[in-house]
Design a binder for this molecule. Structure first.
Ligand code: ADP
Ligand code: MG
Length: 463
């Protein structure tokens, strides 16, 4: 690996970097993350590692020589400065390509030379594939549509709009589309971006006057995967930008996939033209998994960890953790950890122990407790909140209570409506979105909300 800085000396190369080297580079990355722009960091530095450290030199590991060139040209000064701050002296910095570097990453790194951040590889989570996505009744249609899009991007369902609740596999599925599409056609320009990141990038581009670059980067993609577009709610400027990029991509036959926590027509304040555009392709939903599927997911996950999960244990967990696959996985991870730490076999008894805290936590906060707390914080009474009266202050207190119940208790919009004397689910949705918008835009309000929220989720309300 030829690229080095001027002061490079021969560095001893242990097989495993020692802990000090790993720690140092981790700290350095934390500092670099705030010193250079996010796009640059994500694309170039987040994929680096450390190979060795001596008194005078550090050798970093990068995917290929192109990365080494790019980092040397653009970030070497910052890297050296950060290392100097951390250890109080100058280190020579050199690079080495990863041995068995992922061949595809290598090819794509080269193919992307004119404008490398377009590459999708740096952003796609390679472990989220179709192979490890368990299919059941609740996601069969979504999964079939996703596969079809990965196989024929731009040709079948465009856009593909996938919606569903938290932790049900939307993010997994869009990464699987990207990974599979690249497997079939490595030359494709694929980009995964959460709507929030897109928003931050846009703001930065506006600040730095690089909006044209920003746009052209997005407009030349073959496959854009935009996650969590409910984030667009109430952000008109962002919606407009998404609308334009969307139109350009769509007109040029590029594929777009969106995920969201609700269908397009239920995104309030979404501009009419964008709403109809989002819904103009195929809209599919992912529902909560049934028992059989939850068991299958647990078993698959255990098998990937090379553990065999007895059926009664899988059944025990699956019948208690129902609505969220992320929590299901979390329970299994805790069980496996406990089993290996205490050297006990995987049994129903151990699962009971593992789940005890998790299950105990859920019922301890009730909607009534949240309503009481919100009433106190906003200087009204709980009865006022439950009534139909609509002074401005009362309406806001009510909306805050709805928001916090949604956030902390995870009830459905309809269930929340019932806690407030049978309000319609659209009223609740509007409340949740309004509070979210205020939280982002109005710092004093956000501070008040945080205080109330920590009283509820962190205080005596939760055991
Ligand atoms: P969402 O984006 O809908 O909130 P995620 O895609 O982040 O949910 O999924 C949460 C976790 O559950 C991830 O680790 C994901 O791999 C896993 N998961 C979700 N659905 C499935 C599935 N059908 N098969 C296997 N794992 C799944
Ligand atoms: Mg997600």
């Amino acid at each position: 690996m030829a690229v080095t800085d001027r002061n490079e000396r021969t560095v001893p190369r242990p097989v495993e970097p020692d802990l000090a080297a790993v720690r140092l580079w981790k700290d350095a990355l934390d500092h670099l993350r705030v010193r250079i722009n996010r796009e640059g960091f994500d694309t170039w530095l987040s994929v680096t590692g450390v190979r060795s450290l001596s008194a005078s030199a550090i050798e970093l590991e990068v995917p290929n020589s192109f990365f080494a060139d790019w980092i040397t040209q653009h970030y070497l000064g910052e890297i050296r400065a950060v290392l100097r701050d951390l250890i109080g002296r100058d280190l020579a910095v050199s690079f080495r390509a990863r041995d068995a570097a992922d061949a595809r990453a290598l090819r794509r790194g080269r193919a992307d030379i004119p404008n490398p951040p377009r590459s999708g590889v740096g952003r796609l989570r390679t472990r989220y594939t179709f192979d490890c996505f368990v299919v059941g009744e609740s996601n069969r249609f979504a999964c079939a549509a996703a596969r079809s899009v990965a196989e024929h991007p731009g040709a079948t369902y465009n856009p593909l709009f996938i919606y569903g609740g938290v932790g049900l596999g939307k993010t997994h599925l869009v990464h699987a589309i990207g990974n599979h599409a690249l497997e079939l056609r490595p030359e494709l320009r694929v980009h995964y971006v959460p709507a929030e990141t897109f928003f931050l990038e846009l703001i930065r581009a506006i600040e730095k006057n690089t909006r044209l670059d920003f746009k052209s980067r997005y407009r030349t993609l073959d496959l854009l995967l935009m996650d969590d577009v409910h984030y667009l709610v109430g952000k008109e400027r962002l919606q407009e930008e998404v609308f334009h990029i969307f139109n350009t991509l769509h007109d040029s036959g590029s594929q777009i996939v969106f995920t969201c926590d609700r269908p397009p027509r239920e995104i309030p304040t979404l501009e009419e033209r964008l709403a109809s555009r989002l819904g103009s392709g195929l809209v599919v939903d992912i529902g909560p998994p049934d028992l059989e599927m939850r068991i299958a997911i647990l078993k698959q996950k255990a098998a990937r960890e090379e553990q065999e999960l007895p059926h009664d244990v899988a059944l025990y967990i699956a019948s208690r953790v129902k609505s969220n696959i992320r929590e299901l996985e979390g329970s299994l991870v805790r069980l496996l950890a406990l089993s290996s730490l205490t050297d006990r076999p995987l049994s129903v008894e151990l699962a009971e122990e593992t789940l005890k805290d998790l299950l105990a936590r859920v019922p301890s906060v009730t909607p009534d407790m949240v309503i009481e707390a919100a009433a106190r914080a906003w200087g009204v009474t709980a009865a006022d909140i439950r009534s139909n009266r609509r002074t401005q202050q009362l309406a806001l207190a009510r909306q805050v209570a709805m928001y916090l119940i949604r956030k902390n208790l995870g009830l459905s919009l309809k269930e929340i409506g019932l806690c407030f004397g049978g309000k319609d689910h659209t009223t609740v949705m509007h409340a949740v979105d309004k509070v979210e918008r205020l939280r982002v835009e109005d710092e004093p309000f956000a501070a008040r909300l945080r205080k109330l929220d920590s009283g509820i989720s962190g205080g005596q309300a939760v055991s």
